[in-house]
Design a protein around this ligand. Sequence first.
Ligand code: NAP
Length: 266
Amino acid sequence: MRQGLPAGAYKGRRALVTGASAGLGAEFARQLAAAGADLVLVARRQEALEAQAAALRASYGVTVACLPADLSDRAAIPPLLAALEALGPVDVLINNAGAGGPTLLGPAPREEQLRYLELMMLSVTQLCQALAPPMAAAGWGRILNVASVAGRIGRAGDGHYGPAKAYVIALSEALHLDLRHRGVHVTALCPGFTHTAFHAEGELAAMKAKLPKFLWYDAHVVVREGLSALERNRAVYLSGRLYRWLDPFLQSVWLRPWLSVPARPQ
Ligand SMILES: NC(=O)c1ccc[n+]([C@@H]2O[C@H](COP(=O)([O-])OP(=O)(O)OC[C@H]3O[C@@H](n4cnc5c(N)ncnc54)[C@H](OP(=O)(O)O)[C@@H]3O)[C@@H](O)[C@H]2O)c1
């Protein structure tokens, strides 16, 4: 099993984690703080962020700033970037915020669908675009974009989540190539099913109840593997041995038509 970041490995670095109020983002923040990084936490729920920040300061003695923002709101990005600039350089960017959302052919209004795509793709793109050049100029940086195994396979009845994650993977691969000789590591982390708040309600909770336990990983394992892959500068990394084993089959041009997940009968 991969080791986590050594204590002090990121001492003196500042790390920005989006979606840090829960789930994988909260765990990224914890493991980065344990490695000595000062933190900037972003998500919508200010109270949850502040509680997380207080716990991290007390446990690890790092500085933590909270910047509440709704990343599905295009107008929220420029003030967020301005607030980041005022705080100083960001050395580590973890683009993690995300959610289940409306489907392409579903009943959700167009405006809701566009906001979802802002969160899942454009906010990730804009943070990379703003923060990668200063990292490259400094000769050191780390960018981890949380994608998903769902971005590696077609699924009927999806239409937004999987394609958005496929975009995040492609974006990360391109950035990885652009920056690999400039001291900036870029990794798309593709988790499979992970125990977080993601499947806490509604249809996703019902789906979780039906799925076998061996498909599920704990957030601390996914994050530890992701940060290790980032340090090794892997362009795309699937967390979980099961998913790494399945992936070549999922990617096979011969097998893909049979492996793609069909729509449930309505
Ligand atoms: N859990 C899984 O099985 C799984 C598998 C593959 C990939 N992933 C990916 O992993 C990432 C983290 O998900 P998770 O499982 O940790 O889910 P989670 O426990 O529900 O956490 C999601 C985080 O994203 C934040 N967020 C959601 N919408 C936001 C918005 N509009 N603006 C700003 N922040 C927002 C939430 O904070 P607020 O509510 O406070 O805004 C929360 O901190 C996502 O990108 C997800 O797609 C998860």
